[in-house]
Design a protein. Structure first.
Length: 129
C-alpha cells in the first residue's frame, strides 16, 4: 500500500466513524432520549480518540528512521484502561446505560470493518478490469 492509499484509507475511516456516529446518535436520540444520546456521543468521541491514538502509536513503533521509545508501546495497552475510565465516568456522571457508551465506542470498529470491505471490493474490481 502506497503512502497516498494509506492516507486515503485513514481519511475514509475517520469519515465513516463520523457517519456511523451521527447515525447512531440520531437513532439513540429518537429511541432512548437526549441523555442516552449524549452517552453515545461521548462513546463516539472516545472511539475517535482511540482511532487517532492507534494510528499515532502504530506509526511511532513502526520500524524506520525514528528512535523507538518504550513508553509508547505501553500506551498501546494503556489506551484500553483510559477508555474504560472514560466510559465509567460517563455512565456515572450522566447516569446513562453503559450500553449507549459501549455502542458509541464501537463506532470506529464498524468504520474499520466497512472500510476494509470497501477496500476488498475495490481490489476485486481492479483485478477484473
Amino acid at each position: 500500500m502506497t503512502g497516498e492509499e494509506l492516507a486515503q484509507s485513514l481519511r475514509r475511516m475517520y469519515r465513516l466513524t463520523a457517519i456511523f456516529g451521527g447515525i447512531g446518535f440520531v437513532s439513540c436520540f429518537c429511541l432512548r432520549g437526549a441523555r442516552e444520546a449524549m452517552g453515545f456521543l461521548v462513546g463516539v468521541g472516545g472511539s475517535f480518540g482511540n482511532l487517532w491514538l492507534f494510528n499515532w502509536l502504530s506509526r511511532s513503533i513502526a520500524p524506520g528512521e525514528r528512535q523507538q521509545k518504550p513508553w509508547q508501546a505501553s500506551l498501546f495497552i494503556g489506551r484500553y484502561f483510559g477508555l474504560f475510565l472514560i466510559g465509567y465516568a460517563t455512565v456515572k456522571a450522566l447516569d446513562v446505560s453503559p450500553l449507549a457508551v459501549v455502542l458509541g465506542l464501537l463506532a470506529s470498529t464498524v468504520a474499520i470493518l466497512a472500510s476494509s470491505i470497501l477496500d476488498l471490493i475495490r481490489g476485486l474490481r481492479g483485478t477484473r478490469s
